[in-house]
Design a protein around this ligand. Structure first.
Ligand SMILES: *Cc1c(COP(=O)(O)O)cnc(C)c1O
Ligand code: SF4
Length: 383
């Protein structure tokens, strides 16, 4: 497994093992400034500038646990690059605040419906940390999006009144940032709706705050089955003993655990890294489910990979490793998720790739072949 999370000396302060493993301590002691970050990995000059420039637009927050996984010596650390602001975020003329048009697909606030039988329910606008490529930047950490109980009840009312919905995907933000009581209430409400057959939790906490997966939480989940969990590992360095333990607890509580990663330039877009991630996940009994093409989301041009290169990467995994270790490479669109396979590609039109969705709709995705400059320094290509 990867590095132990118990932070090596010098630590920023004397932290007891009991505090370190207490998820509420981690939440209360999150890194929120360049000075606090320096205790784990000194920000470079350009990162300092980005932290200042982005403070109002998409501020940064990191759990001490996740900060402890950073490599202080590596300027292109794949952990740091996911959570520390970069100047590249200011250079994205094509990026959109809501590329999937989720707001237009909301029958009531916080519910997104693109399929007849299932909905994504954004129950929370908070996360343990803020990923720089987050699709829901428009709401994550934004006080205006803090969901009131009344709003959750309205969305539950819509689900109750819509018998076609058999699958409810709790997302956010992160539903596991909720207290046990609030989560138990929400799961109880959903379970009381006869047509809701399964509940899914989309959570990154096994990766960013594995101590959240407590015995009490597992007991609550086990009382509301069938519950499926999808988490979000992007790099083999995130596969620590603590993360493996969190996944093991979820599995032993009866939740199948899958992984949804994002294909990120310079982080996991090379064969050795992606293969190590997928093989590490199945060693933890976590099934790779989807790997997302990075969306045309504001401030993320430096993360996007040309789709043809992504296709090549996933095609070269085939035969090279266990079949079920290979996730489906998908592009999310306002028409739903489109598996990126050659059979779905309807061609390239200059800067656009044309794909066909499940319902026959054609979607044009802006995806220049030379998306951002190839700035990943040599040596970043191995895990
Ligand atoms: C991803 C997603 C789903 C679930 O899709 P699956 O392919 O079933 O995993 C459902 N609704 C919305 C809005 C989604 O974005
Ligand atoms: S954990 Fe998910 S919802 Fe939260 S900031 Fe990261 S990508 Fe966004």
């Amino acid at each position: 497994m990867g590095p132990l999370a118990w932070p090596p000396a010098p630590r920023p302060e004397a932290i007891s093992a009991a505090d370190w493993c207490d998820w509420t301590w981690q939440m209360r002691h999150r890194v929120r400034s360049a000075a606090e970050l320096a205790a784990w990995r000194a920000p470079r000059a350009d990162e300092h500038a980005a932290i200042d420039a982005l403070a109002e637009r998409f501020r940064f927050v990191i759990t001490p646990y996740y900060a402890s996984l950073m490599d202080p010596e590596d300027p292109a650390c794949p952990i740091a690059r996911q959570v520390v602001p970069q100047l590249g975020e200011l250079e994205d003329p094509d990026g959109l605040p809501d590329p999937l048009d989720e707001v237009a697909h909301s029958p009531v606030k916080n519910l997104v419906r693109v399929y007849p039988d299932r909905v994504a329910f954004c129950v929370n606008n908070e996360c343990a940390l803020y990923c720089r490529y987050c699709l829901r930047k428009r709401m994550v950490g934004e006080p205006d999006w803090a969901m009131k109980k009344r709003e959750l009840e309205q969305a539950l009312g819509w689900i109750r009144a819509t018998p076609a919905i058999r699958d409810v995907l709790l997302t956010g933000g992160d539903p596991l940032v909720f207290s046990d009581d609030k989560l138990a209430w929400l799961l109880g409400e959903l379970r009381a709706i006869p047509h809701v057959e399964i509940v899914r939790l989309g959570t990154r906490l096994p990766v960013t705050l594995p101590f959240r997966v407590t015995d009490d939480l597992c007991r609550i989940l086990a009382e509301h089955h069938p519950i499926w969990v999808n988490t979000h590992f992007n790099h083999p360095r995130e596969l620590t003993a603590e993360a493996a333990d969190a996944c093991d607890r979820l599995l032993r509580a009866g939740c199948p655990v899958g992984n949804q990663s994002v294909l990120l330039r310079g982080i996991n877009d090379d064969l050795p890294t992606m293969q190590a991630l997928c093989e590490g996940l199945i060693r933890m009994r976590v099934r790779p489910y989807y790997c997302y093409q990075a969306q045309l989301l504001e401030g993320t041009a430096h993360f996007r990979v040309p789709i043809e290169r992504g296709l090549e990467l996933f095609e070269s995994l085939r035969g090279r490793t266990s079949g079920f270790a290979i996730p489906v490479y998908v592009l999310d669109t306002p028409h739903g998720k489109v598996p990126l396979a050659r059979s779905r590609l309807r061609g390239r039109d200059g800067d656009f790739v044309v794909v066909e969705a499940w319902n026959g709709a054609l979607w044009r995705e802006r995806n220049p072949l030379d998306a951002a400059s190839d700035d990943a320094p040599a040596g970043r290509r191995t895990p």
